[in-house]
Design a protein around this ligand. Sequence first.
Ligand code: DX5
Ligand code: ZN
Length: 222
Amino acid sequence: MSSLLLAPSILSADFARLGDAVAAVERGGADLIHVDVMDGHFVPNITIGPPVVKSLKRVATVPLDVHLMITDPDKYIGAFAEAGAAMISVHVEVLPHLHRTIHAIKALGAKAGVVLNPATPVVEISEIAGDVDFVLVMSVNPGFGGQSFIPRSESKVADVRALLDSVGNKAPVEIDGGIDMSTVGRVVKAGARMLVAGHAIFGQPDPERATRELKAAALKAL
Ligand code: DX5
Ligand code: ZN
């Protein structure tokens, strides 16, 4: 696996044809498939659960990166791991016992990530920075695809990178929200190495080509 991973988010795909969507972005060079799980409580939208992840696992040849935007992740991480999630990320905003949750995800055999909403300061993860397998910086308020990138996120990526480096953790920084041809170079330069993109891929007439072009633009900024 390369040091820069593109993770198309199926949130913007046609949910009646998810298998085709996965195949198209894999042909275009997708490194991961980003799966957005929303519960209608933590975010004002409802999407998918473990049965869909299980079906995706049957068709995907790249790892599934499952982003839990739910109020009670502790209750569901086992089901998502069993369904085939290779990576599971949880929001710091909902977890009073984040250390326990991160280690529970690892014990299930998945990579454990922690997510920061745009208004959540980086200091919130200072005590857990040494334990995580990746950190996801939200560059939009979670809930919907196709929103505009929040410019402040660029320096936040750099701050998270500096925090991880300060504790000797080489874990990658992931970014999610508003990543497209105009923002991808900036976030890669800031230190992001896992790039989620929904609308910029599945909102295009040719998702395979959009994947290839976005990845090329990201690699060029390295
Ligand atoms: C937003 C989700 C994102 C979303 C990104 O709540 O976490 O993964 O799919 O979509 P775009 O790339 O369209 O901003
Ligand atoms: Zn996401």
